[in-house]
Write a protein of this length. Sequence first.
Length: 307
Amino acid sequence: MAVISVGTMAFDAIETPFGKIDKIVGGSGTYVAYAASHLTNPIQQISIVGDDFPGEEMDELKARGVALSGVEIVPDQKSFFWSGKYHLDMNTRDTLITDLNVLANFNPKVPEEYQGAEFLMLGNLMPSLQLSVIEQLRKRPKLIVLDTMNFWMETAMDDLKKVLQKVDALLINDSEARQLSGEFSLVKSAKKILQLGPKYLIIKKGEHGALLFHQEHVFFAPALPLEDVFDPTGAGDAFAGGFIGHLSHTNDTSFENMKTAIIVGSAMASFCVEKFGPQRLKEISKKDIDLRLEQFVQLVNFDIALV
Ligand code: AMP
């Protein structure tokens, strides 16, 4: 099933306790596209870049079944730039620079050939632009998933609340859930957030896994305990790509299948953090993914005799 993916395509500068890189391709949309392309196709990308964005990256995405007619290339302008520094725990980071560049004047246009897509992944982006994409679609997709971050809660909360009313599933991390709900308890946060519009809420907790809330149900997916986490950038987006990629591949949006989808998302996130940038997501094969999913099954599989 077709997935429309909306998000940033960017350059990042990243500093972790283990290394530093001044300029590497990133962006929420880039990570989503690479992760989802392992599971389903076509991925129909909507984004904007300057003419500095590498042509080889575009070719690489195309070769993986990512349609790019919705990616605007602006001559003589720079791509979105983000820079972040991770703390020692690798779970938390400070944003050092957010240079909107081309994003400041972005007005996403859904290409005619994207109309009719069954799945919509609204990656981290200005909430008003996420809303504009929903409004341009003549047929409502079967599932709309939205990712966002603290930056937009601080600068565009009203728009964020508007778009939340129109989505099926929201993906955020634990601190963002607390910020959005004003509640410390994640269970209380979930109750409040589910009243804002989404029917499903996924709260990512970095190396501590992810929780899926729906009505009165809760499901937990662990993160794979990894010996080395090299660069957590994009892990949330790789998770999102794996999640929607699995739902689209199976064309099943039931709660039961969402449980599997968050395991697939966790597997894609676990690959993403193994190298700087989206590199690892480009290298892995179907066999690597299957092996990793098997590791997840083993991680949580146990027998218990209740007396
Ligand atoms: P994640 O680590 O999953 O939160 O994603 C990090 C990616 O999101 C980086 O590659 C950044 O280029 C991109 N990013 C950072 N800040 C923003 C923002 N405010 N809006 C959209 N994308 C962003």
